[in-house]
Design a binder for this molecule. Structure first.
Ligand code: GTP
Ligand code: SPV
Ligand code: MN
Length: 586
């Protein structure tokens, strides 16, 4: 399939180590996909869903201890520990290579080794990057075909170049005590052992497109971010693009496919990407973004006709469902989809009825769906140059403190706002759920190098152009005293985005607070939203006392990074402290 000697010798080397029964080079064809699926149906790895109602759809239940990313088992193995930073687990590269080589030794005996060439980004784009994932999991292989431009096209793009990310993956024995997700940023290598799940195993996604790519982007002057890319077309036919960085399971897929409310006649929202953006400056001085992926690996629970009709339309055919429930008549089901089925099998494989105690679907159950099936996929989805970005929006899941929306005073302040973003943890990673933690730029689990250097890189990117995007922060998740969300969210978020676009165009007023600009009364269109101006006032409230205690946490965070933390970040901290003390307590 290829004349690339470097690639061939690497594949030989891996085969010698892992000792598979067979080697299969993936061409990415439909026939190959169908064959892999039917083999998995035959051996029970996949279940066929009702092909009348769910054409081309299959169901997979993973090991019950392998249902999310494992941050405590994820390592950045840079030569120097300080290059990984306190934000990562560091591993000595030669020690970890040795340890992993031991685990990979003979691990594919009796299995097929799949060589999966993939391209992150449109095949035609000069900004796309090729990677090769070698895996013993056919489940991973079929998911990679949906999530990336996989197969012959990627190999052709690579040609005889030696510039590709080497990703080695084995499910091993799916043993949580022998599970490691290791990255070697200097040599652009990934070694992942013992998990078959999502971000641990589909190496093009978080391992390549974020952890390795973020380090490469720092070296080469671009950005790899955990951001959705959304186009908003006005009734006049003008489309503006925004990127938003929210932590895992905090609303990127939903915002990326937003359906404007009925009052927004003539507006259209276009999805360019729902999870990852690669950004670089073009000759026009603007920052342009491409989506390196070609599919959605979306959170199933909560996805419904009401919350996200476009996601639902995307996953109606040719999709893979992982750890949702399955009904007795072969349909996928999850909490929030609609009426519960009378009888189903839950994500652990146990019988389930609405009277059962536990959830039918795992909270981090996911669908893998081709992006091209999304009814609002952007016409620019495959554009080689991507789309120009007007605004960056940071956000998180905060029951209190963070207002519905505010705008940073300028780029450096915006970098500080993004760096100080915090969010309640979700089921997307193992560990406690609902605990507030700092998740700078929604990259805590994904930044492949020291956050101090990462913020320095962000500061540098802003200084490069007068036309850098404007920076905002949103929080759809404020709760009232009963623990209910105050803001209706989902499609209604369009109202906030409209204010964001107006601010970018210089068309909207704002009120200055110590933390940034918030909309002036009446500036966010609430007609038909069911939210009154009084509630809006509460949603936008900035409580100086809450922010004083926030400030203490920010200081602690900055201190962790010692000399690596840029002075500009401390300047921002001191300026915020001053603005807060100037307003005093209430
Ligand atoms: P990853 O794929 O893990 O990176 O996550 P994501 O950011 O794409 O998350 P997603 O859009 O799938 O959102 C996950 C959860 O957030 C679901 O439970 C949604 O129902 C909820 N959610 C999304 N948008 C909103 C919103 O505007 N308001 C509220 N209250 N919940 C929301
Ligand atoms: C996330 O956790 O942010 C995801 C899912 O998008 S995973 O691919 O598992 O990382
Ligand atoms: Mn994500």
């Amino acid at each position: 399939m290829t004349t690339n000697q470097t690639l061939k010798s690497w594949v030989d080397e891996v085969a010698t180590l892992t000792k598979p029964e067979k080697i299969h080079w993936c061409d990415g064809s439909q026939a190959e996909y169908d064959k892999l699926i039917s083999e998995m149906v035959a051996d029970g790895t996949m279940q066929e869903l009702d092909q009348q109602k769910w054409p081309g759809c299959y169901y997979h239940r993973s090991a019950s201890n392998d249902v999310a990313r494992v941050e405590h088992l994820t390592f950045i193995c840079s030569e120097k520990e300080e290059d990984a930073g306190p934000n990562n687990n560091w591993g000595n590269p030669s020690e970890w290579k040795q340890k992993l080589t031991g685990l990979f030794d003979g691990c594919m005996a009796g299995r097929t080794m799949y060589v999966v060439p993939y391209c992150m980004g449109p095949l035609s784009s000069p900004y796309s990057k090729v990677g090769i994932e070698i895996t013993d999991s056919p489940y991973v292989t079929v998911n990679m075909r949906v999530m990336t431009r996989m197969g012959e096209g990627a190999l052709n793009k690579l040609g005889d170049s030696t510039d590709f990310v080497r990703g080695l993956h084995s499910i091993g024995q799916l043993d949580p005590d022998n599970r490691y997700i290791c990255h070697f940023p200097e040599t652009r290598e990934i070694m992942s052992f013992g998990s078959g799940y999502g971000g641990n195993a589909l190496l093009g996604k978080k391992c390549h497109a974020l952890r390795i790519a973020s380090a490469q982007a720092r070296d080469e002057g671009w950005m790899a971010e955990h951001m959705l890319i959304l186009g908003l077309e006005s009734p006049q036919g003008e489309t503006k693009y925004v990127c938003a960085a929210f932590p895992s399971a905090c609303g990127k897929t939903n915002l990326a496919m937003l359906e404007p409310p009925a009052e927004y006649k003539g507006w259209k929202a276009w999805c360019v990407g729902d999870d990852i953006a690669w950004l670089r400056y073009a000759d026009d001085g603007r920052l342009w973004a491409i989506n390196p992926e070609s599919g959605f690996f979306g959170v199933a629970p909560g996805t419904s006709e009401k919350s996200n009709p476009s996601a639902l339309a995307s996953l109606r055919k040719n999709s893979i469902f992982t750890n949702t429930a399955i009904t007795d008549d072969g349909q996928p089901w999850w909490e929030g989809l609609g009426e519960p089925p009378a009888k189903a099998t839950d994500w652990k494989g146990n019988p389930w009825t609405p009277a059962s105690e536990g959830k039918a679907a795992h909270p981090n159950s996911r669908f893998t769906a081709p992006a091209e099936q999304c009814p609002v996929i952007s016409p620019e989805f495959d554009a080689a140059d991507g789309v120009p970005i007007d605004a960056f929006i940071f956000g998180g899941r905060r029951a209190r403190v963070a207002p519905l929306v505010f705008q940073a005073f300028d780029w450096n302040h915006g970098v500080y706002v993004g760096a100080m973003a915090a969010s309640e943890t979700t089921a997307a990673a193992t560990g406690a759920v609902g605990v507030v933690r700092r998740d700078p730029m929604a990259m805590k689990p994904f930044c492949g190098y020291n956050y101090g250097d990462y913020f320095a890189h962000w500061l540098k990117m802003g200084a490069k152009s007068e036309k850098a995007p404007k920076i905002f922060h949103v929080n759809w998740f404020r709760q009232d005293d009963n623990g209910d969300f105050v803001w209706p969210g989902f499609g209604q978020n369009m109202r906030v985005l409209e204010w964001v676009l107006k601010r970018c165009a210089g068309d909207a007023e704002a009120v200055q607070t110590p933390i940034g600009f918030v909309p002036a009364e009446g500036d966010v269109n609430l007609d038909g939203s069911g939210v009154d101006e009084g509630t809006m006032k509460d949603l936008l409230d900035v409580d100086p006392e809450e922010w004083q205690s926030e400030l203490a946490g920010q200081k602690e965070f900055l201190e962790q990074f010692g000399d690596k933390m840029p002075k500009e970040m401390w300047d921002q901290y001191h300026a915020l402290a001053e603005r807060l003390s100037a307003v005093g307590a209430r």
